[in-house]
Design a protein around this ligand. Structure first.
Ligand SMILES: Cc1cc2nc3c(=O)[nH]c(=O)nc-3n(C[C@H](O)[C@H](O)[C@H](O)COP(=O)(O)OP(=O)(O)OC[C@H]3O[C@@H](n4cnc5c(N)ncnc54)[C@H](O)[C@@H]3O)c2cc1C
Length: 526
């Protein structure tokens, strides 16, 4: 299949859907390709995302921005924060004809908290009505580039038809979500960092990749949503209550839980959850209740064993560096939206989960859609120009192709990035060792990696997870301090001189590099 369009959106979650709707509203011809089905794939579809919601009142907005800025460890941008608040406020109500919003205690529509599955279905319907062409089950594998290095489209593999596809476009928006390293996190199976890999291969820069230490608490046997755990109490196997700081304390909460897990099984008790939550949970997050009912456990009455599931850059904030007001990246013709982009601009060094990430996914979608549509109109489709595919890892081996145990590589990556003790107590020594091991895995993929048919998708996912792990490790090694959710056991202080965003890149070359945004000297990673 070969298609020509103005704007190609890669991804199928809320950021991709809003981006497509926005580009179509600007008059562009828009194609969306998703690895899964637009409406059920992505991390929003399984839950009830809450959006950052502040009325358009100067005092309220300023106070909301100041409050969140104070937790950003100096890395957020107040101008972006105010923009995100504005666009979210203006945009969500536009779904009214497609989505039945709940009502508040005064009978008014309650916009910020939405039911994920219905929200995604509503976005799909709105996109289709706006004239967007959706190709489900069409994972993208690589970007296409013009001779001048600007982006010309993408190529991929249609799972059901079992055939390759190529889409040329005037502009491309990457909205492939974050990377949760196949931790089992709910809704994240397709979040393997494919967009990061594709962008990295054309030389894109990333920012904030060290802020990838996020975990969500769930029953030990399956990942569910975290809403009910805000008032949880925790117990060890003997029934002794554990001293765990509140959920909101972030890293302190995670560290206390990690220590408890190291000593043995941990059990949660949700008796103290707000009464309102007990009555509405089934309606807003049905996926949270079902796994308990299947086991005959009463979620708010019985104690049950829990586990932490890694969220990587889904709730961590790192991603593609944003270089302009319409979510441009460092590569001409390439835009980023949602979790694929860095969310430092609004969340800084903390996790953007809990309200800001959803607001960012929506607004970065709106902005990138607009920007991409305008660029495509300004430059035209350039359909007659020569283009070339930019993918390398697991597509075009530099040596003689040979079978690689991709599952073993995934396991190696997970062993380096997911264990709590490694992630929460980072040291230069451990990070350096990790870096060596990940580089070995990467080289194996680059030199020998090759696959056929559907295997190509899995091979690229493995390459993508490896590349994201490398970027995160390089950034964590370079940021020689503790800040926000990046916690170094060998550098526990926050160094004022490092109050700057840390960039990382080099996936397209032999060596990764890092540099602070304020510093022009790139530091090579050995
Ligand atoms: C448990 C949990 C609870 C959360 N709750 C909240 C909350 O209450 N408030 C909040 O602000 N944030 C919350 N978040 C974060 C929020 O859900 C995300 O920030 C948001 O969903 C990101 O949307 P997205 O479109 O960028 O990514 P996703 O929704 O993950 O979508 C990514 C899409 O890209 C597709 N894709 C991936 N690779 C390819 C490829 N190669 N080709 C084509 N398509 C591809 C996937 O199939 C998927 O459809 C939560 C996250 C989790 C995990």
């Amino acid at each position: 299949m070969i298609v020509d369009t103005d704007v190609l959106v890669i991804g199928g979650g809320m950021a991709a859907a809003w981006a497509a709707i926005s580009a179509a509203r600007e008059g562009a011809d828009v194609v969306v390709v998703d690895k899964g089905f637009v409406g059920t794939s992505g991390v929003t579809a399984t839950g009830g995302p809450n959006h950052w919601w502040v009325p358009p009142d100067d005092a309220q907005r300023e106070s909301a921005v100041e409050r969140r800025y104070a937790t950003s460890c100096g890395l957020a941008d107040k101008g972006w924060m105010a923009r995100i608040i504005d666009i979210t406020w203006q945009t969500l109500p536009q779904l009214a004809g497609y989505y039945r919003f709940a009502t508040d205690s005064r009978g008014q529509p309650y916009y910020p908290g939405v039911r994920g599955p219905e929200y995604l279905r509503a976005l799909r319907n709105l996109a289709l009505e706006s004239g967007v062409h959706i190709f489900d089950q069409h994972p993208a594998l690589e970007l296409l580039v013009h001779k001048d290095g600007s982006i010309a489209g993408a190529a991929g593999y249609a799972r059901l038809e079992r055939q390759h596809w190529q889409i040329r476009a005037g502009a491309v928006i990457l909205a492939t979500g974050g990377c949760a390293f196949r931790s089992g996190l709910i809704g994240s199976y397709t979040n393997t960092g494919d967009g990061h890999l594709m962008a990295g291969e054309v030389g894109a820069e990333f920012s904030g990749m060290e802020f990838n230490v996020a975990y969500s608490i769930s029953p030990a046997w399956i990942s569910t949503r975290t809403l009910p755990y805000t008032g949880a109490r925790y117990y060890d196997v003997s029934g002794q209550e554990l001293d765990i700081p509140p959920f909101r304390s972030g890293t302190a909460y995670l560290k206390a839980l990690a220590k408890a897990f190291a000593a043995g099984p941990v059990y949660a008790d949700l008796h103290d959850a707000p009464v309102d939550l007990k009555s509405i949970l089934r309606h807003i997050q049905p996926a949270t209740i079902a796994p308990f009912e299947r086991k005959g456990i009463k979620i708010f009455e019985d104690r049950f064993e829990v586990k932490l599931f890694g969220e990587g850059t889904v709730r961590g904030t790192g991603g593609l560096k944003i270089t302009g007001a319409h979510c441009e990246t460092s590569i001409a013709g390439l835009y980023a939206a949602g979790d694929t982009a860095t969310r430092e601009l609004i969340a800084g060094a903390t996790s953007g989960g809990g309200a800001q990430n959803a607001a960012w996914a929506l607004t970065s979608g709106i902005l990138s859609g607009k920007g991409a549509a305008h660029l495509a109109r300004r430059l035209g489709r350039r359909s007659t120009e020569t283009i070339k595919p930019a993918g390398a890892a697991a597509l075009r081996p530099s040596g003689t192709a040979k079978p690689i145990d991709m599952q073993a590589i995934v396991q190696r990556v997970q062993d380096q990035v997911l264990p709590l003790e490694r992630a929460l107590w980072r040291t230069s020594k451990d990070l350096s060792n990790t870096s060596v091991l990940l580089d070995e895995a990467w080289r194996e993929i680059i030199v020998y990696g090759h696959a056929e048919g559907l295997g190509i998708v899995a091979a690229r996912e493995t390459a993508a997870m490896t590349s994201v792990a490398r970027l995160c490790t390089a950034a964590a090694l370079a940021r020689e301090e503790s800040r926000g959710i990046h916690s170094r056991a060998d550098r526990t202080d926050t160094v004022p001189e490092y109050t700057s965003r840390l960039l990382v890149g080099g996936l397209d070359s032999d060596h990764l590099w890092t540099r602070y945004e304020t510093d022009t000297t790139m530091k090579a990673i050995a």
